[in-house]
Design a protein around this ligand. Structure first.
Ligand SMILES: [Zn+2]
Length: 196
């Protein structure tokens, strides 16, 4: 009779049990408070679901490494490709907002994944004999984006992108540089940038 009782009880419990997927989501904290509350209540009285969660826990413990995508896997790396442009700066889209000088060399234009990059090298008015870069990145979320410039000697300078996608480097020596624009989930690499 005790046996029968137990199996009846078991059958009763299982009828009201949440399905495995719901239990799993509950365990991972993916359910809303509203959805989670009755399951927490159920778990307190249901040995079957408690056991199922314990099994799930053991399983997740073994596979935790593969379930956590690493940061590097989520970052898209875009290699910037130079777009040939005419010799004259015509303004308009792709030109940094503050590039008002009438220089006779246009900005360097690059295409990188979903982004477009424009770099204008000018004389740095505050540092005679030195150069500045006025840059503009379009086609990306501009929040939390850092632009880093690496000199030939490995020296690194970093600035952040303004909400309009503009950035500036000043007081630069001539020579080859590498420029990297890094956002939360992408990185744009400009490897051939020579400041003359
Ligand atoms: Zn249950």
């Amino acid at each position: 009779m005790a046996h029968l009782d137990d199996s009846l009880k078991a059958a009763f419990y299982r009828i009201t049990c949440p399905d495995s997927a719901t239990l799993g989501n509950f365990h991972l904290g993916l359910l809303s408070d509203e959805a989670a509350a009755p399951i927490a209540k159920h778990l307190a009285i249901c040995p079957h679901c408690t056991q199922e969660i314990a099994q799930l826990e053991a399983f997740l413990g073994e596979t935790a490494v593969t379930l956590q995508p690493s940061t590097t896997e989520r970052i898209k790396v875009w290699i910037a490709k130079r777009i040939p442009t005419g010799g004259h700066s015509r303004g308009g889209v792709g030109t940094p907002a503050f590039a008002v000088r009438g220089g006779d060399t246009g900005p360097l234009m690059y295409e990188a994944g979903e982004a477009q990059l424009s770099l204008e090298v000018q004389d740095d008015p505050e540092h005679p004999g030195r150069k500045s870069i006025l840059g503009l990145v379009l086609g990306i979320e501009t929040e939390h984006v850092t632009v880093r410039l690496f000199g030939e000697d490995g020296a690194e300078t970093a600035v952040t992108l303004d909400p309009g996608g503009n950035f500036t480097f000043t007081n630069l020596a001539t020579g080859p540089y590498q420029l990297i624009v890094s956002g939360p989930d992408f990185e744009i690499q400009v490897s051939e940038l020579t400041i003359a």
